[in-house]
Structure formats: C-alpha cells, structure tokens
Design a protein around this ligand. Sequence first.
Ligand SMILES: NC(=O)c1ccc[n+]([C@@H]2O[C@H](COP(=O)([O-])OP(=O)(O)OC[C@H]3O[C@@H](n4cnc5c(N)ncnc54)[C@H](OP(=O)(O)O)[C@@H]3O)[C@@H](O)[C@H]2O)c1
Length: 283
Amino acid sequence: MDQRLKDYLVILIGCGQMGRALAEGLIDSAAIEPARLVCLDAAEKKAQALADDLNAREDIPEVELDESGQPFRRLRLYIVAVKPGDVRAVLESRSDSFTDEDTIVSVAAGVPISVIRRAAGPFPGVARAMPNTPALIGAGVTGVMGDGTIDMEAVNAVFEAVGRVVRIRHEAHFHAVTALSGSGPAYIFTAIEAMADGGVLMGLDRATAIELASGAIEGAARLVQAQDFVHTAELKDRVASPGGTTIAALAALEQHGFRHALIRAVEAAAVRSKQMTEDFESS
Ligand SMILES: NC(=O)c1ccc[n+]([C@@H]2O[C@H](COP(=O)([O-])OP(=O)(O)OC[C@H]3O[C@@H](n4cnc5c(N)ncnc54)[C@H](OP(=O)(O)O)[C@@H]3O)[C@@H](O)[C@H]2O)c1
C-alpha cells in the first residue's frame, strides 16, 4: 500500500476511459487495497463491471470499523473523471455530503478550480489534474495543482500509480500543460504515422516501419529523461555527423517548418483550452 493513501477511501466518479485507467493503476500498483476503492458511474453497469474487475466496491461505506471494532469515518478522496460538461452537476448533487475531511480531484479538461470549488461547496479540499492517455499503460504524465488546503501527497500518489507527476504552481499554466502533455500524444501518434509512411515509401512493410518509428521515439524520449539535463540540442548534435544522413534529414525538417509547426500546435491547443475555460467561467 502507498503510505500516502493509507488513511483514504478513494471514490472514483466516472468509470470511462480515464477513470478506468486510474482505478486499474491504483489497484495494479497496489497503491490501495481494492476494498478502499469505490467505483461510481451514471451507468451502473459500467461501475459494476469495473468494481467486479478490480474486486473494488460499488458503495460508499458510511462508517468503517477499526481494529478494536470502533466505528470511524475514513478520509475521502474523490476522483472526478466525468466529461467536463458533467462536472458541475456531479459535484452539486453531492455538495451536501462533502466535509472538510474530503478532497476532490477533477481530471476534467478546462474546468478551473474556481468552478469545482463553487460546485462542491466550501468544505472539501479541491485539486485539478491533467493526465494523458499513456496513463492507460502506466506511462502517463499528469500535471497537478491543489487549492492550497489539501494533502497533495495523497493526490500525487493517485497519479503516480499511472505514471509521472509534475506539480503545477499557477493555474493559468494548465493551458500549456493541456497543450503539451494532454494533447501531446496525438502529435506523436501523427509523427509516428508520418515517419512510418516515409519508411514504407523507402520499401519497408508497414508493421516494421511502425515498430522502428515508435521505437526511435520511445528511445529518444527515454534518453532525454535519463540525462542529468543535457540540452536536447546537444543530443541532436551528437547524432548529426558532418555530411551524414541525420543532418540531411534535419535540413529537410527545417525547410518544411517542423519546429515552427510544433510550436504553433502547442500554442493553438493552449489558446483553445483557454477559450474552453472562459466558456465554463461565464456559463
Ligand atoms: N481520456 C483521456 O485521455 C483524458 C485525458 C485527460 C483528461 N481527461 C478527462 O477525463 C474526463 C473523463 O474522460 P473520459 O475520456 O474517461 O470520458 P468517458 O470515457 O466518457 O467517461 C466519463 C464517464 O463518466 C460517466 N458519467 C457521466 N455523468 C456522470 C454522473 N453524473 N455521475 C457519474 N458518472 C457519470 C459517463 O457515463 P456515460 O457514458 O453513461 O455518460 C462515463 O462513463 C474528462 O473530463 C476528460 O477531460 C481524459
């Protein structure tokens, strides 16, 4: 068991793609015992299927019994993993039951802490997080931020069960987080597809081309993370030998605006995220 979660009952609201990934990560990594995970969903069957798969619960126990048989109420950490448009209704419908011993973490894209706080009422601690799809295989990266009153160690423990965690200090930076790590896997899927197309153009079969392209990206990312901060430009220079193949490819990338395209892609996603948040705040 992860010691940071030892006092908590974790209540997952929304057992869709991301909710399931988080629940599986928590149980598979043994961060919490199945009996301390509650799965809830608007579609009861979905909650039941996940709870059955993980041996978890489908109900929130009002009180539990300690080792000497005395009733006690465990701290509660709610993970809200419903679509952004459903967050407000989910929290408002439960706001009467929240206490100052509860923590609410929303993973909903674009929903600011102020909106979560308004819907949840004055008592619980509130945090937001932006995970990404590699969380499905335990290789996610999640930006997290709390409203200052909560146990961030417990929140970190939840998301470390599905990958790495980056603490975000300013909520305005969530737009950049969404644009980099939230949407980022889609840019890389496109890059893998395009690189593989190049390989197929040069005569490789598709499966081999995808294996080579995705392996190159995985290895390069791991090399960047393994360095004690060696600038990526230096890693790039090390593979670009004079008059060689890599520098020829890099020149082609520059000619076609590769870096500019990525910078603008991140900017476009962040602008869209900002727009979505403004819509939430004004609705
Ligand atoms: N998937 C990702 O890669 C990813 C990445 C970062 C953040 N997120 C965030 O994670 C959240 C969930 O995304 P998702 O892709 O997992 O969506 P999803 O697969 O649609 O899951 C959402 C689940 O919430 C359920 N739900 C709706 N209203 C509910 C209610 N009132 N009470 C309880 N459950 C309710 C939905 O049930 P029904 O199907 O019956 O409506 C569905 O099972 C979103 O806010 C998204 O922004 C997702």
